[in-house]
Design a protein around this ligand. Structure first.
Ligand code: SAM
Length: 283
C-alpha cells in the first residue's frame, strides 16, 4: 500500500524502450498514486494506456520546473501521493527529476524510489569494459569549447566513463573525443531494449569513420574505456616490454602512441621500446 494519510513523492523508473521493462511495484505505484508528474505527458500516456492506467497528469519538464516543482511539493504536503516519471528510465538521471528531489528534501516531505532501468547502467554492462569502477558524465556541454575542456579532464580517467549524447551531436562528440583522447576503445550503445538495439565496440578512429558515411539515428550512450589503472602501472616491471605494448594496442592506441606511452611508463627512451613493437599487429 502507499503511505496512508501521509503524502509521498515516488521516483518511479519506467522503461527505456521496451514497455515490458517496468517493475510490478512501479505499476502498482502508478495505479495507486493520486497524481503522476511526467516530463512529456503524451509520451507517458503511451505507457499508461498500455497498462490501462488512467490518472491526472501533471506536466513537469525542464522549461516549467521552477513553477511546477513547488506545486507538486505542495500536493505532497497536502497528503497526496505523487509519482514522478521521466520520459525514460530513472527520474533524476540527466532529467529535471533531480531538481524536484532537491525541493522535496528542502520541504522535508516523504520521498522514496521505485528503482528500475537506466540507459547508463544498461550501456555499461553491455560495453565489455570494466564495471568495478565507473564515472557517469551524463550529457557533456553543448558548446564546443566547454565540451572539449570536459573531455580533456577525462584524459587520465582510469574508470570506465559513461556519456549520454543526442544523435545530432554524436559525430562531433566522437571527433572531439578522438582529437583529445587519441585512439581509445569505446562502446556505442544505440536504441537499447528496442527493435534496433545495437552495441558497437571499437576504437574512436573506427567510430569516427563509421559515422562518416551514415547519419546517427536513435538514442545513444557512449562508453569510454578507462586508461590503465595505477595498480597495473606498478606492475609494469613484471611484464615484458612486448606485452606492455600489446596492452596499449588492445586499448585502442596506435603503435606510435603505444611505444611513446610504454617509454613514459618505464621511464626509458622510445628507441629502447621501438624494436619490441616491430611485427606487433594493431588490433
Ligand atoms: N533518465 C534516463 C535514464 O535513466 O537513463 C536518461 C534521460 S536523458 C534525458 C536521455 C538520454 O538517455 C538519451 O539522450 C540517451 O543518451 C540515453 N537513453 C535513453 N534511452 C536510451 C536507449 N533506449 N538506448 C540508448 N540510450 C538511451
Amino acid at each position: 500500500m502507499l503511505n496512508s494519510g501521509r503524502g509521498c513523492l515516488y521516483l518511479c523508473a519506467t522503461p527505456i524502450g521496451n514497455l515490458e521493462d517496468i517493475t510490478l511495484r512501479s505499476l502498482r505505484i502508478l495505479r495507486e498514486a493520486d497524481y503522476i508528474a511526467a516530463e512529456d505527458t503524451r509520451h507517458t500516456l503511451k505507457l499508461l494506456n498500455h497498462y490501462e492506467i488512467s490518472k491526472p497528469l501533471i506536466s513537469y519538464h525542464e522549461h516549467n520546473r521552477r513553477e511546477k516543482g513547488p506545486e507538486i511539493i505542495a500536493l505532497v504536503q497536502k497528503g497526496y501521493q505523487v509519482a514522478l516519471v521521466s520520459d525514460a528510465g530513472m527520474p533524476g538521471i540527466s532529467d529535471p527529476g533531480a531538481d524536484l528531489v532537491q525541493l522535496a528534501y528542502e520541504a522535508k516531505v516523504a520521498i522514496t524510489v521505485v528503482p528500475g532501468p537506466s540507459a547508463a547502467l544498461s550501456a555499461l554492462v553491455l560495453s565489455s569494459f570494466p564495471t568495478e569502477r565507473f564515472a557517469f558524465e551524463g550529457f557533456l556541454p553543448r558548446q564546443k569549447k566547454q565540451r572539449q575542456e570536459r573531455i580533456n579532464i577525462l584524459r587520465n580517467e582510469e574508470r570506465t566513463v559513461i556519456i549520454y549524447e543526442a544523435p545530432h551531436r554524436l559525430k562531433s562528440l566522437l571527433q572531439d573525443m578522438y582529437d583529445i583522447l587519441g585512439n581509445r576503445r569505446i562502446s556505442i550503445a544505440r536504441e537499447l531494449t528496442k527493435i534496433h538495439e545495437e552495441v558497437l565496440t571499437m576504437s574512436l578512429q573506427e567510430a569516427v569513420n563509421h559515422y562518416c558515411n551514415q547519419t546517427p539515428r536513435g538514442e545513444f550512450v557512449v562508453v569510454l574505456k578507462g586508461v590503465q589503472t595505477s595498480d597495473q602501472q606498478k606492475n609494469f616491471s613484471q611484464i615484458s616490454i612486448e606485452d606492455h605494448i600489446k596492452e596499449y594496442l588492445e586499448a585502442g592506441m596506435s603503435k606510435k602512441e603505444a611505444v611513446k606511452q610504454v617509454a613514459k611508463d618505464r621511464n626509458i627512451p622510445k628507441s629502447e621500446v621501438y624494436p619490441y613493437s616491430i611485427g606487433l599487429d594493431i588490433l
